[in-house]
Design a binder for this molecule. Structure first.
Ligand SMILES: *Cc1c(COP(=O)(O)O)cnc(C)c1O
Length: 369
């Protein structure tokens, strides 16, 4: 009933990357002999290593990516009743910290071709209460952070970047984080740099760095400055420092996998999402642009073939479509169209040539008689 290809063995492709780091155990063992709290030198050494790797002046390690956002939002001067702009094409993780701060999340649309916030939409929806915008490059694909840097300076608001997917992605040869006033990262298990749970903030601004540090340490318990405890503990910091040494090579492997996959891909209705000029993605996930009459049916077909999609896994849709966020609805047709016309392909370093071939074959066959 089916062609040779479609009767070929089904492979279940994993979207989870579980690298084995030879030095992890020794690193943890050595760290156990040192102070283990968030003020340990172990954490300071990790922060220095992060700052060097990402070419930032300051790195502040915190307990999660969500914590990084909460700390950055506070450092940016956002308080109760203030507005924070963001695109609705991001995960729920990005908006909850805004709401927790007592601020109003205001959705702005993306551009038509990618997940960067659209300057026209920003200008239309900014108010005197707007303190900051969060831009979220999804799956590692760079957004126009250079233009946003210029625009936010002009408008007098802070540019916060949620780079939880984008470790190692660059624009014009510089890390994306170089363009944000405050750049937030997650090192959750699934992210390109993984410490189980964890996160960090990068900034080149001394004052913002100090505000981040103070806030994440209960305001240094001085009774003058407010704060909460968002510190990262020493053990995950030690893991992060050890694993950072492998990150560049892992990203190169992701890029090689993506290049190979795209060479095999041959379907008139499927192509890679456009990478903006001057941009380089880390290929956290490869993004495919879909041009079928029913894109969801294609994603379901891949899922049945053992090829997972982040779109399906997380039920990606504009955030205001979720019941808890309906009150913030602000129509963003570009963002809706983007999410409805794409899927993700895993290209992490554990993905084999056979799996890349298999995924491309299954796509190439779709809809063939
Ligand atoms: C994972 C993620 C977060 C949250 O990070 P945690 O470390 O899980 O708190 C925030 N934003 C984006 C875009 C993410 O992917």
């Amino acid at each position: 009933m089916s062609s040779n290809l479609s009767s070929a063995a089904r492979i279940s492709v994993s979207d989870k990357y579980r690298p084995v780091y030879a030095d992890d155990l020794l690193t943890l063992q050595n760290t156990l002999e040192r102070p283990l709290s968030g003020t340990s030198d172990v954490v300071g050494e990790y922060e220095a290593k992060l700052a060097a790797w990402f070419e930032a002046r300051h790195a502040i390690a915190v307990s999660s990516g969500g914590a990084a956002l909460s700390v950055a939002i506070y450092a940016a001067g956002v308080g109760p009743g203030d507005d924070v702009l963001l695109t609705p094409s991001c995960p729920l993780c990005t908006i909850y910290p805004i709401i927790a701060a007592g601020a109003n999340p205001i959705f702005v649309d993306t551009r038509r071709h990618g997940f960067g916030a659209d300057p026209e939409s920003i200008k239309a929806r900014i108010t005197p209460r707007t303190r900051a915008i969060i831009d979220i490059p999804m799956w590692g694909y760079p957004t126009e952070v250079d233009e946003l840097q210029g625009l936010t300076r002009e408008l007098g608001i802070k540019l916060i970047l949620d780079l939880a997917h984008s470790h190692g992605s660059t624009l014009n040869g510089r890390p994306l984080s170089a363009y944000g006033d405050l750049s937030c990262f997650s090192t959750h298990e699934r992210k390109p740099l993984a410490t189980g749970e964890g996160g960090f903030i990068l900034t080149d601004d001394d004052q913002l760095a100090q505000r981040c540090r103070d806030y994440s340490r209960f305001g240094n318990l001085n009774g003058k400055d407010f704060g909460l405890n968002y510190k990262l503990a020493a053990l995950p910091a030690a893991l992060g420092a050890n694993r950072l040494d492998s990150l560049a090579a892992q990203i190169e492997q992701r890029r090689a996998n993506a290049t190979y996959f795209l060479q095999q891909l041959d379907h008139s209705k499927v192509r890679e999402k456009v990478i903006i000029e001057g941009g380089r993605t880390n290929y956290y996930f490869l993004n495919l642009e879909l041009h079928f009459a029913d894109n969801r049916a294609f994603i379901d077909y891949l899922d049945e073939a053992g090829i997972p999609s982040d779109i399906k896994r997380y039920g990606c849709k504009a955030l205001y479509e979720f019941p808890a966020l309906a009150q913030y609805r602000n129509d963003c047709p570009n963002a809706e169209a983007l999410l409805a016309s794409m899927t993700t392909i895993p290209v992490h370093p554990d993905i084999t040539r056979a799996e890349l071939d298999y995924m491309a074959e299954r796509i190439n066959q779709y809809g063939a008689p």
